[in-house]
Design a binder for this molecule. Structure first.
Ligand SMILES: [Cu+2]
Length: 259
C-alpha cells in the first residue's frame, strides 16, 4: 500500500511539472509556436524538409508499386528481361538525381544555419549567460548599463527558476559561458539551442548568438539540454517577454552598481 501511495504521488507531481511543455500542433509541423524571427526561419526549413522528404517518399512508393504490378515475371517466359547495364544516360540519371536532391537540402540548410549563427554585435540588449551545476546566472546589459545578475538554484518548476526578462520586438545577444561541464541553453520557443562549453575564450563568436524577439509577451520555460549531472533536469529557468515600456521600468528597478 505505501508503494501504491508513493507511485500515486510520483504520478501527481510528474503531471504537475508537465505544464512547461509547449503546445505543438500539426499546422506548424509539431513545433512550438516560435517567439523569435529566427524561429520562423527554422519552422520554414523544418517544414520544407518534411515536404521534400514526403514528396520523394511518395514518388518512390509509386514507382515500387508500379514496377511490382506491371513488371512482374510472366509465368510463360523464363528468359531474362532486357538488361540496362552500361546504359550511360540511365546511369547518369541515377547519379545526378540524388546529387541534385542532396545539393538542394544542403543549400537551404547551409544558408539558414549561416543566418542563425550570424552575430552582428549591434544588439541593444546583451545577456551574459553563465551555466553551472545546476542552474544559470543571467547578467543583462542594456545600452551599456549592466543590471543586477539573476542567479538560480535547481528547481522542479520553471517558474521558480531564474527569470530572464527581455523586451518584445528587440534584438538580443547571448554570450554563453561555464566553468564546470558542458551544458546546453535551450528555450523551446526559440527553436534553437546552443551548447555551453567550458574553455571558449571571451569574445569568441562560437559562444554567442542573436535573436530578434517577436511581439509575443509571455513567460516561456527554458532548460538545460545536455546531461550535465545529477540535477540536470532541475536546471529550469524562464524567459519573460514584456512590452518595451514594462522592460524600461524593469531596467530602472534592476540597475546594479553604476559602471
Ligand atoms: Cu546543465
Amino acid at each position: 500500500m505505501p508503494r501504491a501511495a508513493a507511485l500515486a504521488l510520483l504520478l501527481a507531481t510528474a503531471t504537475a511539472c508537465a505544464n512547461d511543455v509547449p503546445e505543438a500542433d500539426w499546422s506548424r509541423g509539431l513545433l512550438p509556436d516560435h517567439i523569435t524571427e529566427q524561429g520562423g526561419l527554422v519552422t520554414t526549413l523544418w517544414n520544407g524538409a518534411w515536404i521534400a522528404a514526403l514528396a520523394t517518399g511518395a514518388v518512390v512508393i509509386v514507382l515500387i508499386v508500379w514496377a511490382s504490378l506491371f513488371h512482374r515475371k510472366r509465368r510463360a517466359k523464363a528468359e531474362l528481361p532486357p538488361q540496362v547495364r552500361y546504359n550511360l544516360p540511365i546511369e547518369m540519371l541515377y547519379t545526378l538525381i540524388p546529387l541534385v536532391m542532396v545539393s538542394v537540402f544542403f543549400f537551404f540548410t547551409a544558408r539558414d544555419s549561416n543566418t542563425l549563427t550570424q552575430v552582428k554585435g549591434d544588439a541593444t540588449v546583451k545577456v551574459k549567460v553563465e551555466a553551472y551545476q545546476w542552474s544559470w546566472r543571467f547578467t543583462t546589459t542594456v545600452n551599456g548599463k549592466t543590471l543586477k545578475p539573476v542567479a538560480g538554484m535547481p528547481v522542479s518548476d520553471y517558474r521558480q527558476g531564474p527569470q530572464l526578462v527581455l523586451p518584445v520586438k528587440s534584438k538580443v545577444e547571448f554570450d554563453l559561458s561555464t566553468d564546470d561541464v558542458i551544458h546546453s541553453f535551450w528555450v523551446p520557443e526559440f527553436l534553437f539551442k546552443r551548447d555551453v562549453i567550458p574553455g571558449i575564450p571571451e569574445g569568441n563568436p562560437g559562444r554567442k548568438f542573436e535573436i530578434n524577439t517577436l511581439d509575443k509577451p509571455g513567460v516561456y520555460a527554458g532548460r538545460c539540454a545536455e546531461l550535465c549531472g545529477v540535477d540536470h533536469s532541475r536546471m529550469l529557468f524562464s524567459v519573460k517577454l514584456v512590452p518595451q515600456a514594462e522592460f524600461d521600468q524593469y531596467v530602472q528597478t534592476q540597475a546594479g552598481s553604476a559602471q
